[in-house]
Design a protein. Sequence first.
Length: 121
Amino acid sequence: MFSGEAPIFQQLADKIADDIVAGVYPEETAVPSATDFAAFHRMNPATASKGVNLLVELGALYKQRGIGMFVATGARELLRRTRRDDFRTRYLRPLLEEARVLGIDSDELHHLISEEERGQQ
């Protein structure tokens, strides 16, 4: 399941975040433990813990001692906001810079995006 350039713990954190955003894990519900994730994905428990802890540090998950790991209130919006910021940095800024280099103004860029959207429907 995990492949690519990102470290496995980051890929696990991204997968859990995807599931939170998609509503698989609603806010204030339990999520599997790092040990459960490790067993399910056949990975080192320390790697799974590192991935889960990324989301704890972000504030999307919280631990209740002796009970388990839970999705924090507001986690879905937090993750969406974080992704929007990442989208801007990783995709939008480079797109705008390339458009500037090519002499594509905002009206033409908007037109190109609209054409792409219509082509994908």
